[in-house]
Design a protein around this ligand. Structure first.
Ligand SMILES: C[S@@+](CC[C@H](N)C(=O)[O-])C[C@H]1O[C@@H](n2cnc3c(N)ncnc32)[C@H](O)[C@@H]1O
Ligand SMILES: Nc1nc2[nH]cc(C(=O)O)c2c(=O)[nH]1
Ligand code: SF4
Ligand SMILES: [Mg+2]
Length: 213
């Protein structure tokens, strides 16, 4: 079955059940909450197709177990941290109201990592938008973004980043994150860019340096 057919089967349940590739209690390695303990829930399924995606195993829905939103939230509640980060895959391919409602019942703060390629759903304490050239982000996500995180693959990405910086709300945090395999090449450019444009910050994927999930 194609991802579309697998997706439609899940969508019949209106977000009460979701496919989970993995979940883990770790340290947020990126962006504004970098260094904070957080419970990550990685939903399966993405059709954005970034060629440099560091979790391509998350693209397919098939083969990943499906759980109720209560089971998903309950599993995380065993840990002392009270930040839940929903990532993927592209989490917004699913309606996420029921998941965020369940997480709130367990006193979680709800954070999302998204490309914004689908309309916003769910009740979020923090929205991190990492827009992609391969599928443009929805206005509903852009206007509610708390943190804009641009992946820098080459020097043309700085102008591209500024297009989004103009669209987010004024208090939105701005981050430039090197594409992992291009780090040696682009990090010096990012450093110079941030020194000249101090409204931007650098985000490195510190979990990869610490060898943690
Ligand atoms: C795997 S994605 C999942 C969430 C969502 N699909 C998205 O792209 O925002 C999680 C974060 O990792 C970033 N990311 C993915 N591959 C990367 C890479 N090779 N280097 C740096 N960041 C990467 C994404 O841009 C996103 O901010
Ligand atoms: N530690 C850690 N921090 C992260 N921040 C965003 C991640 C993601 O894949 O969404 C991620 C991840 O995979 N691990
Ligand atoms: S949108 Fe996110 S999960 Fe999907 S391919 Fe791009 S980086 Fe990977
Ligand atoms: Mg990751």
């Amino acid at each position: 079955m194609s991802i579309k057919q697998d997706l439609n089967k899940i969508l019949e349940h209106s977000g009460s059940i979701l496919p989970v590739m993995e979940s883990f209690y770790t340290i947020q390695g990126e962006g504004f909450f970098q260094g904070h303990a957080a419970y990550f829930i990685r939903l399966a399924g993405c059709d954005v197709g970034c060629h440099w995606c560091d979790v391509k195993e998350s693209w397919e829905i098939k083969g990943h177990p499906v759980y109720s939103v209560e089971e998903i939230a309950q599993a995380g509640s065993a840990h002392p941290g009270r930040v839940a980060v929903i990532t993927g895959g592209e989490p917004l391919i699913y309606p996420l109201e029921q998941l965020t409602e369940s997480l709130k019942k367990f006193q979680f703060r709800t954070h999302i990592e998204t490309s914004g390629a689908y309309p916003l759903s769910g009740n979020w304490d923090w929205i991190c938008l990492s827009p992609k050239k391969f599928k443009a982000p929805h206005q509903s996500v852009i206007e509610n973004t708390d943190e804009l995180k641009i992946i820098v693959f080459n020097k043309s990405d700085f102008d591209w980043a500024e297009q989004f910086a103009r669209q987010v709300k004024p208090e939105c945090k701005l981050y430039l994150q090197p594409e992992w395999s291009k780090q040696n090449e682009v990090l010096p450019l990012i450093i110079e860019y941030v020194k000249s444009n101090p409204q931007w910050n650098i985000s490195l994927q510190i979990h990869k340096f610490m060898n943690i999930p």
